[in-house]
Write a protein that binds this ligand. Structure first.
Ligand code: NAP
Length: 264
């Protein structure tokens, strides 16, 4: 199967490149629909995994037109080529829900422009091509990768910083990106629709951070502050198709083992 991967140099894309034989797409920045169509026509994929996006919430707020192009138009143009596409969405679509999580795929209420664009993208790509698979991905982590930009993530922030703040009331599905990458082959066979895609967590972010600090014997100071709204996801739908993630703690332990972070 010829799998075209967009965003191959990005955080998620680089890990998918390690996990699957894919054809890396060129940068899609600034492309028009005709150029997207031409690129897909030349590379002749059977399926597309789309990770390219403007994924920084602050940048999306500052550059709304660029966010719309990257996060709504590009994915829509990809599905309009007629090639079945798997697209990364985000747990941020739950950011404005007043009730506590875990949330199911039927719920959504974005509280920022990035999330608004992701939700519009989900709806428009599914309208245009119902076989499209939309993955509501959680906040993902890994150790830095040689030669790649590293803008920080839960694990790296914990290792780097002297003081950090997490909320004692926020549940969030923090997820090991290599587990995400390892699941992509099976994802290609999911029926079209929206799927919560990440680890389930019964610990608050504050307790998760405290647990990691204890496990790795970090001297970091952890304050109870920061965003309080839940972003925890119910992954029952994904499980009903035979795909399930480790818990947040199991995922972190796997990453710790993979990088021998507790040795020496
Ligand atoms: N990282 C997370 O924790 C997280 C959490 C939830 C959801 N997601 C979603 O998962 C997907 C992958 O995330 P990621 O962290 O891998 O993203 P990323 O590293 O920030 O970006 C992926 C790639 O997108 C391309 N890109 C950047 N700006 C663009 C623009 N304006 N127009 C077109 N392409 C652009 C870049 O490739 P080129 O330089 O080649 O153009 C970049 O390497 C995204 O859809 C993101 O929204 C990520």
């Amino acid at each position: 199967m010829r799998i075209l991967l967009t965003g191959p140099t990005g955080f998620v894309g680089a890990r998918i490149m390690d996990a699957l034989p894919v054809i890396p797409a060129p940068s899609l920045r600034g492309m028009e629909e005709s150029q997207v169509r031409q690129m897909v026509g030349e590379l002749e994929p059977d399926v597309i995994i789309h990770t390219a996006a403007l994924s920084d919430i602050g940048q999306c707020r500052e550059m709304p037109d660029e966010s719309y192009h990257a996060n709504v138009e590009l994915p829509l143009w990809l599905v309009r080529t007629g090639v079945r596409t798997v697209i990364f969405s985000s747990d941020q679509v739950y950011s404005g829900l007043p009730e506590p999580g875990p949330y199911t795929e039927r719920q959504a209420k974005p509280a920022n422009l990035y999330a608004e664009h992701k939700l519009e993208m989900e709806q428009r790509t599914l309208d245009a091509a119902p076989e499209t698979v939309l993955l509501r991905a959680a906040w993902m982590y890994d150790m830095p990768r040689y030669g790649c930009r590293n803008r920080g993530n839960f694990l790296v922030n914990m290792l780097r910083q002297e003081e950090i703040a997490f909320s004692s009331t926020q549940l969030r599905s923090v997820t090991y990106v290599r587990e995400v990458a390892a699941k992509m082959e099976k994802v290609l066979h999911l029926p079209g629709g929206v799927y919560n895609f990440g680890s389930e967590n019964t610990l608050s972010m504050l307790d998760t951070a405290r647990w990691l600090a204890e496990t790795l014997r970090l001297r970091i100071r952890i304050r109870d502050a920061g965003p309080r709204h839940d972003l925890a996801m119910d992954t029952g739908k994904l499980k009903s198709f035979g795909l399930s993630f480790s818990s947040v703690q199991e995922g972190l332990m796997q990453c710790i083992r993979d990088y021998s972070l507790m040795e020496g």
